[in-house]
Ligand binder design. Structure first.
Ligand code: HEM
Length: 364
């Protein structure tokens, strides 16, 4: 059974979105994210603006996207790790958004762009679990200062749609603690599609079981589709990644296992730029099945904010400083874009209804 899109009234959206946003903002404030540093969420907005974000109602990052709906089915292993209502055994609705990571809403699909998957899973008793995952193996920043510098460095050259390699080299050279993260980014093999990619939380979270035992984890949504590597050149169809996702969903459901990597003694919980022990235990806590695609212009996922600090009882944030930062900046992006007149997204309702690739679109 598909989870159909609903157009919410502004009042409904305010009711759904504002309480968690206010909580996130409060959390960032109490965590002291923006003090003593004089860098505020507005400064990040300026960074994204300079990197090509448009003031036309789009997200300030991960601006090009498409929505999908489906289901989450938890495993008994997930229930053993977390007392959350999400893992009680119910078949739960999922709202997802696939996106390209840059702040450019009209970026042509290309193999180089990092891809992402955001999800909201809700239980019948009001649990709300939001995730925002990317396909990078490690985060190339560890704190607010890195993040602020990174978003300046990573802006894409409009001619190549790639960042300036010299600027990235300089950013990395000034931060030896990011050596492994950059090495892993370099050796990371990009998947051919959105459908067979694996998306990572990078930040760590804490699961609490019925007895109060706490387990630090990192998440991944691991594609059940077989991996195949991206081709070297960009396809001529500017929406080929999204159209291939729609075409596949027209034919069959797509599944991702939600896998928790369990930290062992010595794994850094508060630093998403550092790897964990390769031998760490991995537990599949559930499976997400997407069944239907929507343009973000006709789905409630369009306006939604996938703040990763909106979590149900039984899942909580770790002391990773990027989580509180993200919450504050996502709230600012949400508030800014909500006040703007939205222009049509690049993946239109027509692409969803008739996802025809151009003849040279390296499609099927
Ligand atoms: C572990 C690190 C991070 C991951 C995995 C991540 C992932 C994501 C994903 C998947 C989205 C798209 C959500 C959607 O589809 O609505 C997103 C949105 C966004 N991200 Fe991040 N992100 C990370 C760090 C950051 C940082 C450090 C900043 C800036 C300080 C940032 C700024 C943003 C903004 C502004 C949005 C748009 C929010 C909105 O308007 O809804 N992200 N992120």
């Amino acid at each position: 059974m598909a989870h159909s899109p609903r157009k919410g009234s502004p009042a409904r959206w305010a009711a759904v979105v504002l309480p968690p946003l206010c909580l996130g903002g409060l959390m960032a404030w109490t965590a002291g994210v923006f003090s003593p540093a004089a860098i505020s969420p507005s400064h990040f907005m300026q960074r994204f603006q300079k990197a090509g974000a448009l003031d036309r109602g789009f997200r300030r990052a991960h601006a090009k996207g498409m929505c999908a709906t489906g289901w989450f089915d938890p495993t008994p292993e997930g229930r053993a790790l977390s007392r959350s209502g999400i893992f009680k055994g119910e078949h739960l609705p999922v709202m997802g958004r696939f996106s390209l990571a840059p702040p450019l809403p009209y970026l042509p699909d290309n193999p180089a762009a990092a891809r992402s998957l955001a999800m909201q899973i809700r239980s019948s008793t009001g649990d709300d679990w939001r995730m925002a995952l990317v396909d990078a193996p490690l985060q190339v920043m560890r704190d607010i200062a890195d993040a602020f510098a990174f978003f300046k460095t990573a802006r894409l050259d409009p001619a190549t749609n790639k960042p300036d390699p010299a600027a990235i080299r300089a950013y990395a050279a000034q931060r030896p603690w990011l050596k492994t993260a950059f090495e892993q980014a370099k050796s990371h093999k990009q998947a051919s599609d959105l459908t067979n990619d694996t998306y990572n939380s990078l930040d760590s979270f804490i699961l609490t079981d019925e007895a109060g035992k706490k387990t630090p984890v990192r998440w991944a949504a691991v594609a059940q589709e077989p991996f195949s590597p991206a081709e070297g050149s960009s396809a001529n169809d500017k929406n080929y990644l999204f159209k291939r996702l729609v075409q596949t969903l027209d034919q069959r459901p797509l599944r991702w296992d939600i896998v928790a990597t369990i930290a062992r003694e010595g794994d850094p919980i508060n630093d998403p730029s550092q790897p964990w022990d390769e031998a760490d235990q991995k537990v599949t806590v559930g499976t997400v099945t997407f069944t239907k695609a929507y343009s973000e212009d006709e789905s409630p996922c369009g306006p939604m904010v996938f703040d990763p600090t909106i979590l149900p009882d039984g899942i909580s944030t770790s002391d990773d400083p990027l989580l509180a930062l993200r919450s504050s900046v996502y709230m600012k992006s949400y508030a800014t874009r909500s006040a703007e007149h939205k222009t049509p997204s690049m993946v239109t309702p027509g692409d969803i209804t008739h996802p025809t690739l151009t003849p040279d679109g390296k499609g099927q």
